[in-house]
Design a protein around this ligand. Structure first.
Ligand code: GLN
Length: 192
């Protein structure tokens, strides 16, 4: 499986390092033509409103929408999760999202930059060290969505079909187990 990393803005280099550390060669994605060459996509943290603008100007917004509709395995972290959500609260008025996972997320709801924090997250695949940076809070989870990881009572790692989303940044720790989980559990449903 060839894995792309959306490389318009944000922490994409860290995702690439995580993939390399588990023996997967990352492909940086900046154009629709590059997207065509991959089977799955990682969307990094960063600034979702800026990413939304760059997705539109690059032509990637429509290209990714099509691929998501045909089941492309996709993993979004933080801003990437905001982009994948079905509802974005406190977004910029011109900000767009893919509605690929049935969750409502509120931007910056865990506080401003100074309020960023780290905490332990329990999941069925182990404990993770969660890095939260101006993180979105998941305020609603649809019935088709599986909560995989929580911080106390709050969902922070969710999955619907081939779409996985985290409100924290697994790519900013040297722990690549979530990348491994993504690579090993998502089925490639690409129609050739
Ligand atoms: N607050 C950012 C946004 O709204 C997300 C922060 C992050 O990705 N670390 O896009």
């Amino acid at each position: 499986m060839r894995i792309g990393v959306l490389a318009l803005q944000g922490a994409f280099a860290a995702h690439c390092e995580c993939l390399s550390s588990i023996g997967v060669e990352p492909v940086e994605i900046r154009t629709p033509a590059q997207l065509e060459t991959v089977d799955a996509l990682l969307m990094p943290g960063g600034e979702s409103s800026t990413m939304s603008q760059l997705l539109e100007s690059s032509g990637l917004f429509d290209a990714i929408t099509e691929r998501l509709a045909s089941g492309m395995p996709t993993f979004g972290t933080c801003a990437g999760m905001i982009l994948l959500a079905s509802e974005v609260l406190d977004g910029r008025s011109d900000q767009r999202n893919f509605s690929a996972i049935d969750i409502s997320v509120r931007r910056n709801a865990f506080g401003r930059q100074v309020d960023s924090f780290e905490s332990s997250i329990s999941t069925p695949i182990g404990e993770f060290h969660g890095v939260f940076i101006r993180a979105p809070r998941i305020e609603r989870v649809g019935t088709a969505v599986e909560v995989i990881g929580s911080l106390g009572d709050e969902p922070v790692l969710v999955r619907q079909g081939n779409v996985l989303a985290a409100s924290f940044h697994p790519e900013l720790t040297s722990d690549a187990r979530l990348h491994e989980y993504f690579v090993s559990t998502m089925s490639n449903t690409r129609k050739v």
